[in-house]
Design a protein around this ligand. Structure first.
Ligand SMILES: Cc1cc2nc3c(=O)[nH]c(=O)nc-3n(C[C@H](O)[C@H](O)[C@H](O)COP(=O)(O)O)c2cc1C
Length: 212
């Protein structure tokens, strides 16, 4: 059995239950995430679908305190970091940064088996739907669900700051897209969404059957 399967079997949370339970967690204890568990989470995330099986999404995984400090200095404002509200999020012992490579998709769709896709030779800025963003989003979603399944918490959040400066700080190649980042750790109390007062749109308002 693979590690991810073992973890899923051990925690025995059904998919629907994990989806129902998942909430963005904004408050973490500083307890470490077990290395084997983290490996399993990453492996599960990387089983996501990928357009043309291009697999142009890399994961920058930050665990060392110095790496996380560098990340936060590139990805947040100093005033926010110094405020009380930031402490619970900054405590997260793991930050995962999905990094997508538009060029990998442009190259993949230039291959002979994609000749009829209508995307061959199309530069990244002219794709109607940027598949690299879609793929990175799928990876993030699977990561969030795997985290829930493992009994941990996670927050997907937008970066404040220059993504190219972040990539350069970690020695990542240029020209990559950073869709955001995922903080992972053991949930501390009262870490849920600030937007809870917004109602979830009911299915009969959102779902348009046969006609809008
Ligand atoms: C694209 C995207 C960007 C988000 N950015 C942030 C963010 O920067 N900070 C944050 O606290 N939450 C962020 N969120 C989390 C949403 O606020 C959250 O998913 C929403 O309020 C619903 O709550 P739930 O995920 O707990 O069900 C983001 C979610 C998505 C999908």
């Amino acid at each position: 059995m693979e590690a991810a399967e073992e973890m899923a079997a051990g925690t025995a949370v059904e998919l629907t239950e994990a989806i129902r339970r998942r909430r963005m967690q904004r408050s973490f204890s500083d307890a470490a995430v077990d290395g084997g568990v983290l490996d399993s989470l990453l492996a599960t995330a990387l089983r996501a679908p990928s357009a043309g099986f291009s697999q142009g999404v890399d994961l920058l995984v930050l665990e060392e305190p110095a790496s996380r400090a560098l990340f936060w200095s590139c990805a947040s404002d100093r005033a926010w970091r110094d405020g009380d509200g930031a402490r619970a999020l900054l405590a997260a012992p793991v930050v995962v940064v999905p990094v997508a490579d538009p060029d990998a998709y442009v190259a993949r769709y230039a291959a002979p088996d994609k000749a009829t896709s209508g995307l061959a030779g199309r530069p990244a800025e002219r794709w109607d739907v940027p598949y690299w963003t879609v793929d990175a989003s799928f990876v993030v979603m699977q990561l969030l669900l795997a985290v829930t399944d493992a009994g941990l918490g996670a927050l997907f959040f937008r970066l404040h700051g220059d993504p190219d400066a972040l990539l350069a700080a970690f020695g990542a190649p240029r020209g990559r897209q950073v869709v955001g980042a995922v903080a992972i750790g053991h949930a501390a109390a009262a870490g849920h969404s600030r937007t809870r007062d917004r109602r979830r749109r009911p299915a009969d308002e959102v779902v348009h059957r046969d006609r809008w």
